[in-house]
Design a protein around this ligand. Structure first.
Ligand code: NAD
Length: 251
């Protein structure tokens, strides 16, 4: 029960990594606010209604993020963990065909979203004086090219450096700020890759370049998030934790 007595917000909790994390955090004793822009957070909460409350919010809207933080404090009296996980992919066209609108849409959710989480959750945690943990989902795409479109890649690189400056600016508060960089994980975001591979009969080719010879599953990222959320990672700060089966270290 690594999160016993802790209160956590998880965004993008209607699907994939966020859903797995909300359920795992609750299983480990946390009270969880599971949030998504869709209604899918309701299904996540229904799996553990004693521990999980569903709240709809758009992470790119400052008022929504403020509301989420306020909801956690109002319902549970405090906030210990914010997992800023919601994100979108897209913009796979070549760089000459990219539009500013597409860049703005991706950056608003993938980079401004984590900024708003750090701004509002970090302030509440720092003011409360009991420390805390903010975790943002970046990607191996933020470390290398070839793992996403240009705007996605730039947004995830931004998240990695955002947690570093946040960790530094939260000095003295005991609030830690880290990122997770997943490799290829089978979720809603990557469903099209898996569906296409299954249709064409080359599913076994997914992950063939990976030392683990496979893609990952959401629970493998949720376990990393649990570690960063818990006091077991009490001296891990300003770090981008790569969870990709070893792909980026070998290719
Ligand atoms: P997913 O599509 O299964 O889940 C993402 C969730 O975020 C969805 O439920 C979606 O509704 C929600 N969301 C989208 N826009 C939102 C908004 N504006 N406000 C609130 N919620 C919003 O995909 P996933 O793979 O679980 O994605 C989670 C995170 O993991 C993302 O940040 C993604 O970039 C990152 N990531 C995924 C992979 C992968 O291979 N799946 C790899 C690296 C990083």
């Amino acid at each position: 029960m690594d999160l016993q007595g802790k209160v956590a917000i998880v965004t993008g909790a209607g699907s994939g990594i966020g859903k797995a994390s909300a359920l795992l955090f609750a299983q480990h004793g946390a009270k969880v606010i599971a949030s998504d822009i869709t209604g899918k957070q309701d299904d996540t909460a229904a799996q553990n209604p004693d521990a999980i409350t569903a709240v709809q919010a758009d992470v790119s809207k400052e008022a929504d993020v403020q509301m989420l933080v306020a909801k956690a404090v109002e319902r549970h009296g405090k906030l210990d963990v914010f997992f800023a996980n919601a994100g979108i992919s897209g913009g796979f066209d070549g760089i000459f065909d990219q539009t500013v609108e597409e860049w703005e849409r991706i950056l608003a959710i993938n980079l401004i979203g984590p900024f708003l989480a750090i701004k509002h959750a970090g302030k509440v945690m720092a003011d409360a004086g009991n420390g805390g943990s903010i975790i943002c989902t970046a990607s191996v795409a933020g470390l290398r090219s070839g793992a996403g479109g240009p705007a996605y890649t730039a947004s995830k690189a931004g998240v990695i450096n955002l947690v570093r400056i946040a960790a530094q600016q939260l000095t003295g508060s005991d609030v830690r700020c880290n990122a997770i960089c997943p490799g290829l994980i089978e979720t809603g975001m990557t469903e099209f890759i898996y569906t296409k591979a299954r249709e064409k009969g080359f599913e076994d080719k997914i992950g063939q370049l990976n030392p683990m010879q496979r893609g990952g599953i959401p629970s493998e990222i949720a376990e990393a998030a649990l570690f960063l959320a818990s006091d077991r990672s009490s001296y891990v700060n300003g770090h981008a934790l790569v969870v990709d089966g070893g792909l980026t270290s070998s290719h």
